[in-house]
Design a binder for this molecule. Structure first.
Ligand code: HEC
Length: 205
């Protein structure tokens, strides 16, 4: 046999296969206990997060965080009314129009197209409207729906402020005349009102 090495005196397990022996190198105790602890922990984790209790799944947590965030954002503007003065004012506030745009991107592009150019629903970037004669009608259509449900009602799916802000965004689309395969539908209506200089009063609760 060859020379003596430092391994010759190392502890070995007492089995050998075809003369091949195994060193006795157990996993460190802390490692084994971590392994056991993670197995013991897993059913509790599973039951807690996936056991069907409301408000604990990742989706629910996300929903709660999102609602909280919306509430914080909207604390700044109070409760908006979908009236002419508010819409005319908010369509000229780029930061809030951007919030309206994100509502539009999340809910409306499947029917109205990425830029509002129209698809299943009419083109919102031209001067022609089917259900809209003045700026408040945008919000009315969004709240109540139109076309016998072809345009869904959003009053129970969006926060009232989201409806005002998405209406303000839709109002800004007018006149952009984005390329579309939906031709003009409805009537060419008078221009939107000029925004009033003063902030509209925040309505009382
Ligand atoms: C399921 C498809 C669908 C979705 C989703 C949808 N719309 Fe519509 N929308 C329509 C259709 C169809 C009409 C036309 C109704 C009619 O014929 O009177 C319409 C009409 C409108 C009008 C009136 C246009 C006009 O010419 O009178 C506005 C404004 C509007 N939608 C905004 C929105 C906004 C904002 C959203 C997202 C919150 C949205 N829509 C989501 C299908 C949709």
């Amino acid at each position: 046999m060859s020379q003596v090495t430092e391994y010759d005196n190392a502890p070995k397990t007492d089995h050998a296969y075809d003369g091949i022996e195994e060193f006795d190198n157990p996993l460190p105790g802390w490692w084994k206990w971590l392994f056991v602890a993670s197995i013991v922990f897993s059913p509790f984790y599973f039951l807690f997060y996936h056991g069907g209790a409301a408000g604990r799944s990742v989706e629910d947590q996300y929903g709660i965080a999102l609602a909280e965030n919306t509430r914080l954002q909207f604390a700044e503007i109070g409760d908006l009314n979908p009236d002419e003065a508010t819409l005319a004012s908010y369509m000229n506030k780029p930061n809030w129009v951007r919030v309206g745009q994100s509502v539009f991107k999340a809910n409306c592009i499947s029917c109205h197209g990425r830029e509002g150019e129209g698809q299943v629903g009419p083109n919102l970037t031209d001067e022609y409207y089917k259900n809209v004669k003045n700026i408040e009608d945008i919000a009315k259509v969004i709240i109540n729906g139109a076309g016998g449900g072809a345009m869904p009602k959003w009053s129970d799916r969006l926060h009232p402020n989201e409806i005002v802000l998405v209406s303000a965004y839709v109002a800004t689309l007018r006149g952009q005349n984005i390329e579309s395969n939906r031709g003009p539908e409805g009537k060419n209506i008078p221009p939107w009102p000029e925004p009033v200089e003063d902030e509209p009063e925040t309505p009382e609760e």
